[in-house]
Design a protein around this ligand. Structure first.
Ligand code: F6R
Length: 615
């Protein structure tokens, strides 16, 4: 949460920072700010609102010249989103300027201490405390900025990625990270700093990702020194070659990133199984699984931890792992798991699922499981992310950057990876017949084309969206493999259209939610042919008797549900275990169109941020 951008070099910093902040707005968009050193003085401009509001303000407020600067787009933690709480924050002397992503948990005691020493504060933020703490160290110990940052950070409890500089020494920027990501792009006599590499991808492909508890002192003509925050030891910089392309982070003609990402799913799923699903050889090749196959085969159980949409992918995996590989699975919200003193043994395997690879609760759950001796496997989309680095082994989803805040292609590609894993393990354990295994491989290979077919119903879904866009509540029902899809469909509608929606196992409807059903209640029922079709049809009858409006997600050619439902949306036929990869598509499109029709900001829904790096 919160996006950080910085520049130190020979170009104008302003356009790099502002364009970079726009690319990082998925991380938070409550307020935005920039600090530029214009050659003689520091100019700070900040405002509640989005980066475009900052641009409008900057037109009037600050000169846009200068080769050193830092910028921030905020997702508020301490202090409401307003102009004063926006970053950057200055120290009392006005010399130091900082931007920060994360939370300083002990900020209040540090603040009281600083107040007792005469410091004053303008904002309610923990960040302003940190910049004054750094200044206080400088004053007390007469040390350089890098040392002062290090000493101050050793007093801090919490998570951070920070970027700070002194207006009297603008040829140097100090950055540090613990729990929030920070990348440094390295050009020729220039440096870029950002929460991810997207702000500097057109300038350099060389980047250093700081590790937790590391800080870097970046000097204009002297390069970078990386140190451990705790003990000051030097770390040799590891420069990575970035694979990211500019086109991947642009909208490519779509109105929204979310729509682009929905339409990218056939390719994303293919990219996920490419090189792993080798159907002609009848094998699944995943090095993270292969290298640890004994651990998987001897595991007592698999515990899956994740949040939000990734948690829904975990629920789908519970069905497929148990069904095909006969491995007991528990799926937990990472935020609950980490705090409930769970029983974890050395023969447990923890699978952590995260698109961003930065979700604080998931990361904490991983650390907990590792401390108890469990083997931890990560499924992430963002290469080199904290979770990818923290796990013992893992598999990337290769979905490409997901920028829309509502997760779409991350979900289907996570399910694809989990399906490959379940099939590989089922084969190794002998819990799947050879013909069933081959059938799965064949069907999985055909999924991208079937997703394309499901996308062809877009216009029809738009018509349905128009009919139900003014609903205030919606119910999503599914059974078996499609129960998690119902949860995911409801989440998608809630988060981007702000319509209240609930997902339920269809049979649970009778135990409460049925009371909500009347002629105003749209009920979206996933009723594909394979699985518990007849049972779901009975549930549809029950809804119809109570005059609920039924939107059925059905298998192509279905007649029975068509007779009962107010509308049907068809998806191609596939195996029950693979059906979530198809049934989720119309639900994504339905939410998207409703949100657009209601005039909501689809890519940046209120109060949300793409990666939740605070707990
Ligand atoms: C929903 C959504 C969130 C994320 C959740 C976990 O559309 O995007 O619910 O799924 O915050 O994020 P990751 O997968 O990055 O750990």
């Amino acid at each position: 949460m919160c996006g950080i951008v910085g520049y130190l070099g020979h170009r104008e910093a302003y356009p790099i920072i502002v364009e970079g902040l726009k690319r990082l707005e998925y991380r938070g968009y409550d307020s935005a700010g920039i600090a530029l050193f214009d050659g003689t003085d520091l100019k700070v401009s900040k405002t509640k609102g989005k980066v475009v509001d900052l641009e409008n303000l900057s037109e009037k407020e600050i000169t846009k010249h200068g080769n050193v600067g830092i910028g921030h787009t905020r997702w508020a933690t301490h202090g409401v989103p307003n102009n004063i709480n926006s970053h950057p924050h200055l120290s009392n002397s006005g010399n130091l300027v900082i931007i920060h992503n994360g939370i300083i948990e002990n900020y209040d005691s540090l603040k009281q201490e600083l107040i007792s020493r005469g410091y004053t504060f303008k904002s309610d933020t923990d960040t302003e405390v940190l910049v004054n703490l750094i200044e206080d160290v400088q004053n007390q110990e007469d040390v350089k900025l890098g040392k002062a940052v290090q000493v101050a950070l050793n007093q801090v409890i919490g998570a951070y990625a920070i970027t700070v500089f002194d207006k009297n020494k603008p040829e140097e920027i100090v950055v540090a990270r613990l729990g929030s990501p920070l990348a440094i792009g390295i050009g020729v006599d220039e440096f870029f700093i950002a929460s991810d590499a997207s702000p500097f991808i057109e300038y350099t492909k060389d980047a250093i990702y700081l590790e937790d508890e590391e800080m870097a002192i970046i000097r204009k003509n002297k390069g970078i020194k990386i140190r451990k925050i705790k003990d000051d030891s030097l770390v040799a910089p590891y420069i990575q070659k970035l694979q990211l392309n500019l086109e991947e982070i642009e909208k490519a003609g779509y109105d929204h990133f979310m729509l682009k990402e929905i339409y990218e799913q056939p390719k994303a799923i293919t990219d996920t199984y490419r090189g792993r699903l080798l159907r002609d050889q009848a094998i699944i090749k995943m090095s993270g699984v292969e290298d640890n196959i004994k651990k998987f085969l001897n595991a007592n159980r698999v515990i899956i931890v994740a949040c939000g949409t990734s948690w829904h992918a975990g629920l789908v995996a519970e069905y497929i792992f148990e069904d095909l590989a006969r491995i007991p699975v528990e799926v937990e919200y990472a935020s609950e798991f980490r705090y409930r003193n769970p029983v974890i043994n050395e023969d447990d395997i923890l699978i952590a699922i995260s698109q961003s690879g930065e979700t604080a609760d998931t990361l904490a759950a991983i650390k907990l499981a590792k401390s108890k001796g469990a083997f931890v496997f990560g499924i992430c989309n963002v290469v080199g992310s904290s979770i990818a680095r923290e796990t013992h082994a893992g598999a990337y989803t290769h979905a490409g950057p997901e920028i829309g805040v509502a997760s779409t292609k991350a979900f289907t590609t996570q399910i694809t990876v989990l399906t490959l894993m379940a099939l590989r393990l089922a084969r190794a354990k002998g819990t799947i017949t050879s013909s069933d295994y081959h059938h799965h491989l064949l069907e999985l290979e055909m999924i991208p084309n079937k997703v394309k077919k499901a996308l062809e119903y877009d216009n029809h879904i738009k018509t349905i969206a128009d009919i139900y866009k003014d609903a205030t509540n919606c119910l999503y029902l599914g059974r078996g493999y499609n129960f998690p899809v119902a949860l995911e469909g409801a989440l998608k509608l809630k988060e981007i259209s702000y319509i209240h929606a609930e997902g339920y196992p269809a049979a649970e409807m009778k135990h409460g939610p049925i009371a909500l059903i009347d002629e105003n209640m749209p009920v979206i029922v996933i009723a594909t042919k394979k699985g518990h079709y007849e049972k779901v049809v009975s549930n549809i009858q029950e809804i119809k008797s109570r005059k609920g409006k039924i939107i059925g997600i059905v298998t192509q050619g279905d007649e029975q549900v068509r007779e009962l439902a107010d509308h049907v949306i068809e998806v191609p036929e596939t195996l029950e275990s693979l059906s979530p990869l198809l049934t989720t598509i119309p639900l994504q499109l339905l939410s998207y169109h409703i949100a657009v029709m209601l005039g909501k900001n689809v890519d940046q829904p209120r109060n949300l941020a793409k990666s939740v790096t605070v707990e």
